[in-house]
Design a protein around this ligand. Structure first.
Ligand code: PEP
Ligand code: MG
Length: 324
């Protein structure tokens, strides 16, 4: 099996019927890039920047961030690198920020909500990213976007810093794609409106599932409700992909679901363009995809989306891809 995987390491990801998708890696530090490339990543689909901020006594400087982003971009060469801006709060705390305790941290002051209110934290990160953009193929992504106004404000600040850098004579890449994570049901439902303004979507199913099912992703007692293949999730995912394609944009996924062998055929059939996962899942996923027919699964899309329960979905997809 490992030999079968190894053969596909430097190959594009092509399905049995000739459709192409991108398999990217989720990373947390510049040190993860070597492993991603070794496992055949075609890009970085999610660079979680929280590690730069966590486990220390103060905010990372713009310079420190610039070095980290530049390192990732240089190591990846021409390959795309999607960097997510700071997603703090929820399960990820920063001791030195002294944020108020909240009753519901996952529904609280986190990620883009925090950044928009703390520009002294947000702007240095954006400047570091823009400066690093000259060294590779950077795409910038905002986390936990719930409304279009949030996206517009965040992008406005980004463009403002871009102008500042231009005035300082610092080189910044042209045409950096700016996209959002789709982790909140409001955004998944109104994806058509977002698609007119964002350059891409990356579906964050880890959070999207918990918010859609109202089941804390860390709470064992309600884990039975945490159902990635539930028709509610599949319909939201489908809505996002269709909205993106209608506007000529791409849709990826960077939650755990993207590397899940049961979900992969479903996501392929729904038309997902980019699958971002832990590095070690990439070659198994590429092998699996090489044996799937996108058209065959897509021809059953309406049926799939009309299913009533998770069990029905799982049984249906098993019949379709394994027993056909
Ligand atoms: C997600 O929510 O799916 C995601 C990728 O972000 P995180 O797991 O960092 O919340
Ligand atoms: Mg998330």
């Amino acid at each position: 099996q490992r030999e079968e995987w190894a053969k596909l390491k430097d190959e594009p990801t092509i399905t049995k019927d000739g459709a192409q998708v991108e398999l990217a890696a989720n990373i947390g530090t510049p040190d993860d890039v070597a492993g991603a490339l070794h496992n055949g990543a075609e890009g970085v689909g999610l660079y979680r920047t929280e590690f730069l901020y966590m486990g220390k006594s103060e905010l990372p400087s713009e310079e420190e961030q610039f070095e980290a982003y530049k390192s990732v971009l240089e190591q990846m060469g021409d390959k795309p690198v999607v960097v997510r801006t700071l997603d703090i709060g929820g399960d990820k705390e920063l001791d030195y920020m002294d944020l108020p305790k909240e009753l519901n941290p996952f529904l609280g002051f986190r990620a883009i909500r925090f950044c928009l209110e703390n520009e002294d934290v947000f702007r240095p990160q954006l400047r570091a990213l823009l400066r690093a953009s000259a060294f590779g193929n950077l795409k910038i992504m905002f986390p936990m976007i719930a409304t279009l106004e949030e996206f517009r404000r965040a992008k406005g600040i980004l463009l403002d810093e871009k102008e500042n850098l231009a005035a300082e004579g610092i080189k910044v890449a042209e045409n950096i794609e700016v996209g959002i994570m789709v982790e909140i049901p409001s955004t998944a439902v109104t994806a058509a409106q977002f698609a007119k303004e964002v350059d891409f979507f990356s579906i964050g199913t880890n959070d999207l599932i918990q918010y859609t099912m109202a089941a804390d992703r860390m709470n064992e007692q309600v884990s039975y409700l945490y159902q990635p293949y539930h028709p509610a999730i599949l319909n939201l995912v489908n809505n996002v992909i269709e909205a993106a394609h209608k506007e000529g944009k791409w849709a990826g996924m960077c939650g755990e679901m993207a590397g899940d062998p049961i979900a992969i055929p479903i996501l392929l059939g729904l038309g997902l363009d980019e699958f971002s996962m832990s590095a070690t899942s990439i070659l198994p996923a590429r092998t699996q995809l090489s044996k799937l027919s996108k058209e065959q699964i897509a021809s059953h899309k309406e049926e799939l989306l009309a299913m009533s329960t998770t069990d029905e979905v799982v049984e249906f997809i098993d019949q379709l891809v394994n027993k056909a």
